[in-house]
Design a protein around this ligand. Structure first.
Ligand code: HAM
Length: 438
């Protein structure tokens, strides 16, 4: 196949039956978030580039090297969204949500785009399930958001995830910390990686996140952000922890967790799974009390998270996947001289009553119809012969057990949607072989 007809590197085709599991995960998110009164928001996939530069931050990896940015036909710079918090904050301001009853609770599900080196768990088009709470600055809002996230993951059957929590403080805390970190690292500058040397000027806090072993060595003994916290920032974090403790939620304080986006203030968190390998972050989030103001919306605090749905599916517990095995449709087959039109008509009758079914639309031998049904994973077949047409009955055959019975056409939908249909049908001759001779 020519390269141009293959999918773009870093993107994926999600196929059935896996898509049913994705839909079930999303339905669970809707259900759990709905219990906390979060409502869905759908924002465009393209935004003005400037939105992400301003909110995610010019010196971040996302803005610096990972955005899909292009000029439209009028030369405007547009970007495929690399994340959705900026879009939600923009939509909040643009749609006058500041005058809605506060706080505003929103969730979203959709694709995001980052030009990263693809590997397991890292794609160029990936999917996030996210939630954003705007207009509530209280530490208990942080606690409740984390409880919602935890409940969602619990309902999916996760038991072994680790919740990492930290604070990056307020602007004053960070300014003080930046100064002391730069003071500590400047004499060690030459031993730092090139990236970190650059960050020493542009965004020194990000050096804490460096994966380079050399950088990690230089960071030993570096001052801790916790020591630069203002009393207000410390109080906020203490209250978040007290709230999580009171609710019995397990978490670990990770002092060096800084996150790769610039809009964060106060609480930040990640949820990691050991099953994921190098790309182990399943969820990232935190508070962003300055973002709405930066976009011209006034002082509205915010907090949120985004779950990497692709990664979530990679480590989704078996127990959840088993609950969503797609149903096996019933197949309607016309037998002998009966036209496939009759099979189509019966199938339509059943569908109108909520039964999932396939109609065999091509005239073929009973044997090959059965084989086809089997290949489609069909468990029940309805046989519509001349005799059945005249008597208003249909033969119902279970392919797994070979058992079959005759059911009144009027009662078919009830029988097919009941779990123990054997109790209802009249026991007929068992075994498909004899039947095929008819
Ligand atoms: P983030 O940490 O950049 O945060 O992304 C959140 C999650 O998206 C990650 O933990 C990961 O599971 C998934 N993810 C990120 N990049 C990729 C990729 N290339 N391939 C697969 N999965 C990926 C945000 O996006 C923030 N907007 C989160 C947030 C919401 N903060 C406040 N509100």
């Amino acid at each position: 196949m020519s390269e141009s007809y293959r999918r773009v590197k870093g993107t994926r085709d999600l196929l059935p039956p896996e898509t049913a599991v994705w839909a079930a995960v999303e339905a669970t998110a809707r259900s759990v978030f709905g219990r906390y009164a979060y409502r869905e928001i759908r924002t465009p996939i393209i935004e003005h580039t400037e939105l992400f530069v301003r909110s995610v931050g010019e010196s971040t990896d996302i803005v610096g090297k990972e955005m899909y940015t292009f000029a439209d036909r009028k030369g405007r710079s547009l970007t495929l969204r690399p994340e959705s918090t900026a879009s939600v904050a923009r939509a909040f301001v643009e749609n006058g949500m500041t005058s809605w009853p506060q706080p505003v609770k929103l969730f979203y599900i959709g694709p995001q785009f980052r030009y990263e080196r693809p590997q397991k768990g890292r794609y160029r088009q990936f999917h996030q399930i996210g939630a954003e709470l705007l207009g509530d600055a209280s530490p208990l809002a942080d606690v409740e958001l984390l409880l919602m996230l935890n409940r969602f993951l619990q309902e999916l059957g996760f038991e072994d995830l680790v919740v990492l929590v930290n604070t990056v403080g307020d602007e004053a805390s960070r300014q003080a910390y930046r100064a002391s970190l730069v003071g500590f690292l400047t004499p060690r500058r030459d031993a730092l990686s090139e990236d970190s040397q650059r960050r020493l000027e542009s965004n020194p806090l990000r050096i804490l996140d460096s994966k380079s072993p050399g950088d990690r060595e230089q960071l030993e003994g570096a001052p801790e952000l916790h020591d630069s916290l203002t009393p207000e920032a410390r109080e906020h974090f203490d209250q978040v922890r007290a709230g999580l403790d009171a609710q019995g939620m397990a978490y670990r304080v990770e002092n060096r967790l800084v996150r790769g986006l610039d809009y964060y203030t106060h609480t930040v968190f990640e949820i990691v799974s050991e099953g994921l390998g190098a790309q182990d972050a399943l969820v990232g989030g935190g508070r962003y009390d300055g973002l709405v103001a930066a976009l011209g919306g006034g002082a509205v605090p915010g907090i949120g998270f985004a779950i990497g749905e692709d990664r979530l599916l990679d480590v989704l517990p078996e127990s959840f996947q088993r609950r969503f095995v797609p149903a096996s449709p019933t197949t309607v087959v016309a037998v002998g001289e009966v036209s496939p039109m009759a099979a189509l008509a019966l199938a339509e009758e059943l569908r109108s009553q909520g039964v999932e079914c396939i109609a065999e639309l091509t005239t073929r031998s009973l044997k090959s119809s059965m084989k086809r049904a089997d290949r489609h994973g069909v468990e029940r077949v309805l046989l519509l012969g001349e005799e059945e047409m005249e008597s208003g009955r249909v033969t119902l055959r279970d392919l797994r057990s070979g058992r079959q019975g005759v059911v009144l056409r009027d009662r078919l939908a009830a029988v097919l949607t009941s779990d123990d249909f054997y109790e209802i049908v009249n026991p007929g001759p068992s075994g498909p072989e004899g039947e095929e001779e008819r």
